[in-house]
Write a protein that binds this ligand. Structure first.
Ligand SMILES: [Zn+2]
Length: 256
């Protein structure tokens, strides 16, 4: 399967129904349960979950928040198709948070709103549905959020955490470096960065306009990482960067 067939070059968006069908098909084939937690302009808001070994670490993964960032959903589809999600972990996945934006190729949702600034008040129905669904889940040991950045030339990540500081961020960057350039600027989105790591992830100027990561941190997620792939690179390279980062991120949580 060529996952790039769900991408429309003309409008920079995705064929979302095609994408959702493919995600569902490969998720079911690889043992995931597929549940819809809401609807948005006729599209289902889907989640995938699968249990690992008893006592497994719980990993949350989300993407498709911004519709002009197709790399995350396609990386996820590609990983499902290759049966790459490690079996020894508990997975909870939201693959397409903003289906209308992804169809249109816009950062915002169908009402022109940035969903990733609404996780404090949850005025947007799709954000509210997501938040309510998330609030019913037991806590996560690790949260991974896949985004892209149109203003940078390399991959970077930012970390939000309530748990102890580890060198996980550095290990991810040094592994991704083998497949993708790393963003080396020292100021990213107004926050200090070193070697592709925005750390500590400060609240910046968000105020009450919480992104999803703030909500997860507020819920006590021990470690969370926002992956940001550079949109200027070919889609296939962004997908490879996400897959590489994800595999490295979950390694410490896997069975030895
Ligand atoms: Zn984004």
């Amino acid at each position: 399967m060529n996952v790039l067939k769900t991408y429309s070059r003309k409008r920079r968006g995705l064929h979302v129904n095609r994408l959702l069908r493919a995600i569902q098909r490969w998720a079911l084939r690889t043992g995931f349960e597929v549940v819809s937690y809401g609807r948005e302009e006729g599209y289902p808001l889907v989640s995938l979950s699968r249990h690992g070994r008893p006592g497994a670490a719980r990993i949350y993964l989300s993407t498709g928040m911004h519709g002009d960032e197709p790399g995350g959903p396609l990386a996820l589809l590609s990983m499902l198709h290759q049966d790459e999600f490690p079996r020894d972990l508990d997975w909870v996945i939201c693959p397409v948070l903003n289906p209308v934006g992804l169809e249109r190729g816009t950062r915002e949702n169908g009402d022109g709103l940035d969903m990733n600034r609404d996780y404090h008040y949850c005025h947007i129905p799709a954000v509210l549905a997501h938040m309510i669904w998330l609030s019913q889940k037991p806590g996560f040991d690790l949260a991974l959020l896949m985004h892209e950045d149109w203003g940078t030339k390399g991959f970077y990540l930012n970390e939000f955490k309530t748990g102890p500081v580890t060198d996980l961020d550095k290990r991810i960057i040094s592994t991704v470096k083998n497949v993708c350039p790393i963003e080396e600027t020292e100021l990213i989105d107004g926050m200090p960065a070193t070697g592709g790591i925005v750390h500590p992830f400060r609240d910046g100027n968000f105020g009450n306009q919480w992104p999803e990561s703030f909500y997860l941190r507020d819920r006590g997620v021990a470690t969370g990482l926002n992956f940001e792939a550079p949109s200027c690179l070919p889609l296939a390279d962004r997908i490879t960067a996400f897959r590489t980062a994800l595999h490295e991120a979950v390694k410490p949580f896997q069975q030895n």
